[in-house]
Design a protein around this ligand. Structure first.
Ligand SMILES: N[C@@H](CCC(=O)N[C@@H](CS)C(=O)NCC(=O)O)C(=O)O
Length: 250
């Protein structure tokens, strides 16, 4: 099978699709793109949308981590990403939807808010990536690119603060999905691959890790993405973080 995956280094849905391809045993070539520049490249190679993950497989071009999961199950049914039992499938699809539509974006907004205030940690998220330019130079000259990406992701102060306030409830939901066996079971599924990278990415932020590390959600991330690249030193304002202190699990 001929597969090429377009990613932005550090992108959590891109990591999700990498995990799915590995789970299926489908070899693939990875093309690393810089944020913003990625949009033009994806259009130039014929994708209809402007976001990663974008997968060219056989003669199909698919974007969106959930759409890609379904395409992979169609092209290579075993091992399945979605269970065949209707009840289980419904639960996994709902967990996957939650991961995509509710969990991904607040974490993305917090990351871009962080880069807006200190872009030098960006280099650590590109460890091992082949961007075609030295990463140090890309980061040094990357102010306008960070500003554009932060705007594209609506990472304003107001939205980042709201994203942070939502985090404990989102983590509770992940813990509940683990407790009821929808995810982190013996057989990994599309929801595991969707959710674990978001938790893994959140844990690269020094400000967020203490809120996560003692939760079952962290065990899922450590199982699936033990070496998530990147490290963001503390950057979020104390007055945003203080109200969350009581939500830490000890
Ligand atoms: N929910 C979509 C998210 C796609 C998305 O927003 N991807 C981001 C990277 S995580 C992107 O391509 N951003 C473009 C940019 O930052 O320039 C999915 O799961 O595929």
């Amino acid at each position: 099978m001929n597969a090429r995956l377009y990613v932005i280094p550090g992108s959590h849905p891109s990591v999700a699709v990498q995990l799915m391809l590995e789970h299926k045993g489908i070899p693939y070539k990875r093309k690393d793109l810089m944020p913003v520049v990625s949009k033009g490249v994806l259009r130039a190679v014929g994708f209809p949308g402007i976001t990663v993950p974008a997968l060219k497989i056989e003669d199909e071009k698919i974007q969106g981590s959930r759409q890609i999961a379904r395409t992979l199950d169609r092209l290579r049914p075993e091992p399945p990403l979605l269970p065949t039992d209707p009840e289980q499938r419904k639960a996994v699809e709902e967990a996957e939807r939650f991961g995509d539509e509710e969990l991904q974006h607040p974490i993305r907004q917090l990351l871009w808010w962080g880069f807006k205030h200190d872009r030098y940690p960006m280099a650590s998220y590109s460890e091992g990536a082949k961007l075609g330019v030295p990463i140090g130079l890309a980061v040094k000259t990357g102010g306008p690119l960070v500003a554009l990406s932060a705007r594209f992701n609506d990472a304003s102060d107001e939205n980042a603060r709201a994203a942070l306030a939502k985090l404990p409830a989102l983590l509770d939901r992940v813990d509940a999905l683990i407790a009821d066996g929808t995810i982190n079971g013996p057989q990994l599924n599309a929801a595991d691959f969707q959710i674990a990278p978001s938790i893994g990415l959140a844990m690269t932020l020094d400000d967020l890790r203490p809120l996560i590390e003692n939760r079952p959600a962290a065990e899922l991330a450590r199982r699936l993405v033990p070496n998530y690249p990147g490290k963001m030193p503390p950057v979020l304002p104390a007055e945003w973080l203080d109200p969350l202190a009581g939500t830490k699990r000890v």
